[in-house]
Write a protein that binds this ligand. Sequence first.
Ligand code: HEM
Length: 523
Amino acid sequence: MGFLVYLFILFLLSIFISFLIVLHISRQKNSVIPINWPLLGSLPATIVNAHRLHDYATDIMACNDGTFVFKSPLTTNTNKLCTTNPSDVHHILSKNFSNYPRGHRFRKIFDILGDGFSNTDGDLWHFHRRTIMLLLKSPCFGSLLEDVIWNKVESGLLPVLEYLSMQEVEIDLQDVFERFSFDTICKLLFDHDPKSMSLDFAYIPCEKALSEMAEVMFWRYIMPRNVRKLQQLLRIGNEKKLSDAWKILDEFIYTIVAQKQDELNKLKCEFKDENFKLSTALLREYKDQGGSTGNPNKFLRDALLNLLVAGRDTTSSALSWFFYLLAKNPMVEDKIQEELHRELEKEMGEKDFRAIEFDKLIYLHGALSEALSMGRMKSIWGSDCMEFKPERWISVDGRIIRQPSYMFPAFNAGPRSCLGKNMSFTQLKIVAATIIYHYHVDLVEGHLVVPSNSIILKMKNGLKVTLTKRSEVKKDEQKDRTGWNWEPASAKIKNRTGPTILPVPGSYWFLSCLQMLEPVLEK
Ligand code: HEM
């Protein structure tokens, strides 16, 4: 009998404790600062807000001067400091760079990246950085890059958009951009075009594997290690997804590497500039460098996978958010069109886009930078921080204002800053200018654009749009001062007086530059 009473009391007690937990968690939904639970740290708040992690983190940063420490569960001992504060960013990424290496925890989370530049510190990282920098900065690479991008625009992007716009169907522009950047980065890295950007929108396993990998990496970072280990043991959930993606990526890269090795072996003479190929140049530079594994093929695979990840989703996400913002801000679209027509006219009325000097498209550059700016707090960008204003990037004498990288860390800052920044701007400008020149982009009504939980800030539901060919805009055609016919996008919107205020992607906790570092001093 005594035992039954004891059991009953225990039962009531557990109901009471559960009630308290539920009460706390539901209160937490409305509270900005997460409760730091004994044993569990701020994990319950993270789980409750799992569907809106970017907004959640942004809210917390906004009321904590841009810096906040998320407490980990006691067993995992991995507190996470998140910051959007420029002086903290500067302190960590530049001034005290050597105090904040990637560390062993990072390497375990990102194990799929092996010994690539994203996942290494010290000499090995230096070796990667030097090798890649040497090749990306060579003049041969510049012309190769433009050729590859233009070829893909002309043989892939434009025919696909032309077909889809004629069908008058909804298009997932993010999917289009992902395919575009996958094809171009593969062509550059491997001299191989997987032709994912084609009318049949074929399923390309490797392309999808890259997206799955980026999502699983995000969850690995957020969730306690034990959850990951359990999933690995049972081969379920995210860990199952990752191991499938891993196999697909390995097969894809190793097959191409083997082919390219053969080509390289056949090349007996010195490389000539006119025959420059990044694929063979990279293989040559990396040849015989076994890395820590001692296996040259594995080392090559790691280096190439890191470059594939660095160059694919980053570019496509930047383009997706840019076009989303443009669709919401037709006045900006008008100004970009004006600028394009002006520059084309300067080239003696040529209609060939290749004639444009893309460096001269200042307004477009400002608009792209604006789409990539992060940490949009009033304290950093001023009271109009939530407005999409390319003008904030242009000086009175019409030049681009260069912001210090700790204010504009989309491409990271300090010694680990992005080596593909210039290359990305070239690609972004060519694609953006081509589409804007040929089409007006409208968002599909009711389509919800929200960020996905991934290490790269993608759109969870894609970017659903419809395209209207500019040449088909017949009514109310207006002539700009250069004599070109075009319809201002803003004419479609009545009573427009200023820029649209909207949540720009940079206002989110921008994960493409999330730094997962392990301070040396804490060891
Ligand atoms: C809009 C496009 C891009 C954005 C926003 C971007 C952003 C970034 C960021 C945030 C980092 C730091 C990552 C880290 O700390 O591990 C980075 C590094 C890097 N990016 Fe980019 N990136 C872009 C495009 C590219 C492209 C097209 C390439 C060329 C393949 C590239 C090559 C690299 C390399 C090699 C690094 C490593 C630097 C190092 O660890 O020393 N990126 N990028």
